[in-house]
Design a protein around this ligand. Sequence first.
Ligand code: GCW
Length: 651
Amino acid sequence: MRGVDPAWLPDEVFRPIGTRRTVIRGSGPLVDTVHGELAAACARYGGAVSREPEAHELLLELDGSLGPDDSEGFTYERGAGRATVTASGARGLLYGFFHVVRLGEEAFLGEPVRETHRPAVGLRMLDHWDNVAVHPVMGQVERGYAGGSLFWEDGRARGDLERVAAYGRLLASCGINAVAVNNVNVHEAEARLLTDRIGEVAELARAFRPYGIRTHLSVTFAAPIVLGGLATADPLDPEVRAWWAAATARVHEAIPDFGGYVVKADSEGQPGPFAYGRTHADGANLLAAALEPYGGTVHWRAFVYDHHQDWRDRTTDRARAAYDHFTPLDGEFAANAVLQVKHGPMDFQVREPVSPLIGAMPGTRLAVELQATQEYTGQQRHVCWLGPMWSEVLRFEPEEGASVGELARGGLVAVSNVGDDPFWTGHPLAQANLYTFGRLAWRPDAEAGGILDEWIGLTFGAEAAEAAAGVRAVMAGSWRTYEKYTAPLGVGFMVQPGHHYGPNVDGYEYSPWGTYHFADRDGVGVDRSVASGTGYAGQYGKRWAEVYETVASCPDELLLFFHHVPYGHVLKSGKTVIQHIYDTHFEGVDEVAEARREWDALAGVVDPVRHARVAELFGEQLRSAREWRDQINSYFFRKSGVPDERGRTIC
Ligand code: GCW
């Protein structure tokens, strides 16, 4: 196999810059990074870069006259064949440079413009669920579908910092500015990264720093016990507080621009403040206090629920858990504590409503967590471009006039989908999810389709003009296609327990995880109404609470998430629920077959190695989609006894 794939930064995209004369003004490590990029492009294509005022077609200017400046915005101006980027902060210059790269020739030749760009969200972060040591069940990367970790191998730092730097460069080019380098499920080897192994984290931080990326670390709440030898991790205990303060001081010594901690506490077996009768706010504030002197932030995850539930107990509803746990604590979190909330109330299903926690805690900084790694969306064996889903989430307005993108004051976070795979993401087309996340985090109201086109234009470089329509046809609708052949109408799960790949309708139905569909001979779905169900619908503000409360007003795509309805219930689409299930499952498979034909037709147009890899994966996607179709359709045919009105074969 050839070397590492350049993803959306093939040499070709630097040609417009590399053939021109550029002047770059300013100093500092990030300016040096941009200078290095320019010098490499010019060496390839014959242009020139200078740090002195000279004749030029591109001017990149850092106006650092006001002293060190962390701002990320820039001004871009073009006219008469020339382009200028001006920024007051070095990160702004870096982002302005990549803006010019993205525009290509148009950066110089388009109509005269003067635009100011700045990110809508300050923290744009990737969380890695990378284990330092191989976990017996979860492997090197938990829920990773792209090989091993970029950072760790068999209990040690890999030391391949070139690959980490190349990753940092890709991330910077789409606007990401923070990375958490280890799993939130913190096992023993990972725990020690905080103390005696902080040097390994510092190495990663050194590789990321030239790209404006700050490094964050997942820590265990029990660190004072497991690492410090204390008898307790009680957040109000003075010794515990002193331990965290001292540990954090040492972290800061090793990594002066350290971003902060990520914590999964009292969640799926991880330790937390409950053991001491303390609250999540007590826990978060303990770490916030330790980080505060250094400008660090604690990201405290809100993924807290009972995973030892009695499935026979119909009153407990996992969807309610985050809201029930956290809203009473609104206003109690320190200023540098961010509550990190998954975008939906359950767990990254192909379709979920937006978490009612978002918008319900005005006195708390929230970060919204998305999942780029395709745990429940085809595990990077299926094409599933998540842009449209994320865009819907980010544009959703929990209250009139305030979108999720705007409410995410503490940042936008995605669980990363990369590994040491030569294509970074296993499935080459999954690179688009990473890119799209970065661009949406910069501008949550951006058109997802425009981002896809941008990604295609960059990734397919010289071939893009010919390949664009085909690639777009394969990817643009792929999330809806995936939804069609998997769990219907928002009900979720129905996956194989444990690894979560492939269908198993009742896989979690009689388990303690709280993820049920309640299908019986009469109907299917979870009654989460206030009137007769778990009351979850009432966790929303008035407008959405009303919409979700009744079968009549609930949108089709979420119907089975909010209501238990008979198979003969007629949807807004005019179809019965059972016929919708049959039809969408047949359609989903047909759409995969069609996408595969589109891809096959690109043979000879796109790079052959990439083409072959995707073509091979389509074989598996089609097999799996059929398996989903047949199991779901048969399951509901057997439960309901209702035949397909179109007479197709369902066993
Ligand atoms: O989606 C679930 C995954 C777990 C993960 C957990 C979480 C890191 O199945 O593997 O653990 O969510 O978000 O904490």
